[in-house]
Design a protein around this ligand. Sequence first.
Ligand code: MG
Length: 301
Amino acid sequence: MRTIEPTFEVRWGAATHPGRRRKSNQDAFLAQPPIFAIADGMGGHERGEVAARVAVDALRPLAGADWLTPRELYDAIRNAAETVRAAGGSGPGAPGSTLSGVGLTNQDGVPCWLVFNIGDSRVYRISEGELEQITVDHSKVQEMVEAGRLTAAEAREHRDHNIITRALGAGRRALPEADQWLLTASHGDRVLICSDGLSGELTDQFLAAALLTIPDPQGVADHLVARAVEAGGRDNATALVIDVLTVGVPAGGSFPAIDADVTEPGDIDDSTLDFPAVDVVPTLDFRPDDRARDGGPERQQ
Ligand code: MG
């Protein structure tokens, strides 16, 4: 198959802060195209810090390429999960980490975001002036929201807000599966990746206002982290903001087909990609979300 190379340019900014209540920062991030990710460690001080760092380090080999493939991302996430598990051992109290972010992939000439998530760090996107949360938290309160027992605002303040139901490590024997979404990347897109220390302090309305009004990605990352600390700073807070500056799909790119096949409303929020058997977008097999409901580790600190 011939490779169609679109032109594509992003710029980004990142900020992180330990917050007001914690001595260490157990959030780690990686911002090197085509991979952007945040890991939020748990397991107390150094062990959580190591788990998060090990998780993002496992994605580092993806950095520096023009694009990554779904297979490469799948393998790197799996490697991250194996490495965190090996570093932390098994049993209750073993350190763990979330892992969430985006990879840039070229699907038959069309630049796409490959969004992934394990845990309760989040990926949002501003597209055509609207904020949408792409990832769905693997958390106890998210399950209560889905069951209609809590509102999103109540979830933020709930005493169990820090119990997550899927993680790398955390004493699990089985490796976690990442939820994944494929979205076409459009000119003007702005992606926010953040840890729960940020989304737990700031409302979606606040996020949208900042993301829609502050032009510079570093400026908006700094602003969001500073406001999260001011708003309470109960946890480490990290923000990564990526802007799409230019997108050029060459003649022969199948942009319209991909738009129709993949980004129909409803496909995005309710689907995961059936990895790793994918090459180009039209062969992707979307299926209903079948996220495990397997109970999970509680952050300890
Ligand atoms: Mg956190």
